[in-house]
Design a protein around this ligand. Structure first.
Ligand SMILES: Cc1ncc(C[n+]2csc(CCOP(=O)(O)OP(=O)(O)O)c2C)c(N)n1
Length: 325
């Protein structure tokens, strides 16, 4: 049986850097019109998925919404396969047929990449049901935004997960906004975590700008689920620095708010923690950052040089044929 990833913190910092540099390159390529369709960046939220992945086992199921580049990279999908997917190339992680919002990597147990707000939450419950049905001890990590918690399917999913005691952690990445709508304007509850109480699901509030806090809090919750299957809910408070998608100037929020969160940057914070504890030198950090930038740049070259998917493949991969996950 696979063990938790136990990745060391310097390695996780390097992963956060890769995610950040990858998305900066993606943004540049989008502006150069090399990438079509939608493109939602995760910049600012890196500690959430990295903390979660560090707390979980590589064979635990993971599912998320459309802001999914980081979730694939954190799980081990290569930057090449991620960039090629943005370019719509056959070497992409969804064979170039999904694009930014539909990353998929079965080998790394990353089950999407879903564009309809809240619609994948019941799918996450399905994954958790599958592990219970097959008597596996895998936990499902189901990520979604604050915009998903008022959708009908979300409530049906939580109810079923509680009723069947399914091994799933609902991870709400509360970045304060659903497109341009702030949580206060969309949600009757003051505290999102209280949503879980209505289903007798235990909940926790976690600082999503702090990698260590995310990892440690989720490790405890996941450990509890593995020992005694049940659903849990984590509201992870975070912030996206960029607009909702590439076409959003984000005029609904103040410069001061953005600046406040930038000062609390998850990469800077983990770097400072490690430096203070003499686990990381400035030279090491610079080297890791240079490496992340080179990997991101190389992924653009890989994507550019990759072939388009052939026309006859257009309807392939909609459903998995045969084999179980
Ligand atoms: C059912 C549905 N309604 C509306 C949309 C349009 N839409 C796309 S993203 C989004 C906001 C979702 O925000 P949130 O869930 O908080 O995630 P975040 O973008 O903050 O990661 C909306 C309303 C959609 N994709 N699906």
């Amino acid at each position: 049986m696979q063990q938790p990833e136990q990745r060391d913190e310097v390695e996780m910092l390097s992963l956060m850097l890769l995610i950040r540099r990858f998305e900066e390159r993606a943004s540049q390529q989008y502006q150069a019109q090399k990438i079509g369709g939608f493109c939602h960046l995760y910049i600012g939220q890196e500690a959430v998925v990295c903390g979660a992945v560090a707390a979980a086992r590589p064979d635990d199921y993971l599912i998320t919404a459309y802001r999914d580049h980081a979730h694939a990279l954190a799980r081990g999908t290569s930057a090449d396969a991620c960039m090629a997917e943005l370019f719509g190339k056959a070497t992409g992680c969804s064979h170039g047929l999904g694009g930014s919002m539909h990353y998929f990597d079965r080998e790394h147990h990353m089950y999407g990449g879903h564009a309809i707000v809240g619609a994948h939450v019941p799918l996450g419950v399905g994954l958790a049901f599958a592990s219970k049905y097959r008597d596996e001890d895998r936990v499902t990590l189901c990520f979604f935004g604050d915009g998903a918690i008022n959708q009908g399917g979300f409530h049906e999913a939580l109810n079923l997960a509680a009723l069947y005691k399914l091994p799933i952690i609902f991870v709400c990445e509360n970045n304060l906004f659903a497109m341009g709508t702030s949580v206060e304007r969309s949600t009757a509850l003051k505290e999102i975590v209280e949503r879980a109480e209505g289903y007798e699901i235990p909940g926790a509030v976690i600082d999503g700008m702090n990698f260590r806090e995310v990892r440690d809090a989720l490790a405890k919750i996941i450990d509890g689920i593995r020992k005694d299957p049940h659903p849990a809910f984590a509201e992870i408070r975070t912030y996206r620095y960029r607009g909702h998608s590439m076409s959003d100037p984000a005029s609904y929020r103040t410069k001061e708010q953005l600046e406040k969160y930038r000062l609390d940057d998850p990469i800077t914070r983990l770097r400072a923690q490690l430096t203070r504890e003499e686990k990381l030198s400035n030279e090491q950090f610079d080297k890791m950052d240079k490496q992340a930038k080179e990997t991101a740049l190389a992924s653009v070259k890989f994507a550019e040089e990759s072939p388009e998917p052939p026309l006859e493949k257009l309807y392939d991969y909609t459903y998995v044929n045969g084999a179980s996950a």
